[in-house]
Write a protein that binds this ligand. Structure first.
Ligand code: GDP
Length: 298
């Protein structure tokens, strides 16, 4: 399918469509701004952010002739400016273990991301323990074990249907006994019953705080970039039911519509710690605003 790297990009699309009457320089007028807005919205940037980006871009240039290269550069600049403050790796703290709670809806890529992160931390010389906290989905637990094996990291599990908080407590005990650097806790992603999920997450937090009152040190929300504007409502929901400290955006290899990242950054300012760019263990990359803006504008 179309992805950020193989698609013509926003400007490519605009110019492709207009190729017949495109000259090197065009007047930056209402018509052109409207087309730009439409493109940004079609790339999932959301109306508010799209309007702000085009308004900034037009400032001091409205009515003047601009080249398509200039537009491209200006657009990339505006996007980079929004994204730079959120491009931050996951902070590491001198805690043993540093507890990383991983939340997100089913299918967003939680399991995969935990596996990738565990592998990266391990490669950086850290000892990692994983807790398979989605105890209601046997498949999720199995999948996490596969990832744990790949990463060479122990995965603690509990019988199907058992209390995730009790597993989290046991995992915390083991991680402390082992002197592990990091404990990553997977959680359920059933949004069908939000109150239940909220209570489940709150209970996990309560029990791990019995062992370390500063835990969890990070709450990562995993979002599927291909879900477009849905990612925004997922942030709304998870901010209400947990203490989200940062984002991992998955499946950026599978979309040409990465504009939702700009909308997220613009609206919430939550750090983007990493991006998923494939299904393999090494397919997790730091978020690079300039690269991203260049790929998006094309
Ligand atoms: P979970 O239900 O949130 O634990 O989601 P999973 O980790 O099981 O991922 C759901 C699907 O998305 C799986 O098929 C993964 O291989 C796939 N996936 C996860 N991250 C990425 C990514 O960055 N790129 C691509 N292309 N697929 C991904």
């Amino acid at each position: 399918g179309e992805t950020l790297s193989n698609s013509p990009g926003l400007l490519g699309r605009l110019l492709g469509r207009k190729a017949a009457r495109t000259v090197t320089r065009r007047v930056l007028d209402d018509d052109m701004l409207e087309q730009l807005e439409e493109l940004l919205i079609s790339a999932d940037m959301g109306v508010d952010t799209a309007l702000r980006v085009t308004a900034n871009l037009a400032e001091g240039r409205f009515g003047k002739k601009v080249s398509t290269d200039e537009i491209k550069r200006l657009l990339a600049h505006e996007i980079t400016r929004i994204m730079e403050p959120v491009a931050k790796p996951m902070p590491l703290y001198p805690k043993r273990p540093q507890v990383v709670l991983v939340v997100g809806v089913n299918g967003s890529g939680k399991t995969t991301t935990i596996g990738k992160l565990a592998s990266q931390f391990k490669a950086a010389g850290k000892s990692v323990v994983i807790a398979a906290g989605d105890t209601f989905r046997a498949a999720a637990v199995e999948q996490l074990q596969v990832w744990g094996d790949r990463a060479g990291v122990p995965v603690l599990t509990a019988p199907e249907g058992s209390d995730p908080a009790s597993l989290a407590f046991d995992a915390m005990t083991k991680a402390q006994e082992d002197g592990a650097d990091l404990l990553m806790i997977d959680t359920a992603g059933r949004l069908q019953n939000r109150a239940d999920l909220m209570e489940e997450l709150a209970k996990i937090v309560r029990v791990i705080r019995k062992k370390d009152e500063t835990a969890p040190h990070n709450t990562l929300l995993v979002l599927d970039a291909t879900t477009g504007q849905n990612a925004l409502s997922q942030v709304e929901i998870f901010k209400k039911i947990s203490d989200v400290s940062g984002l991992v955006m998955t499946k950026l290899d599978g979309t040409a519509k990465g504009g939702v990242l700009v909308a997220l950054a613009d609206k919430y300012g939550l750090p983007i710690h990493a991006i998923g760019v494939g299904e393999q263990i090494d397919d997790l990359a730091p978020f690079d605003p300039a690269d991203f803006a260049a790929a998006l504008t094309g």
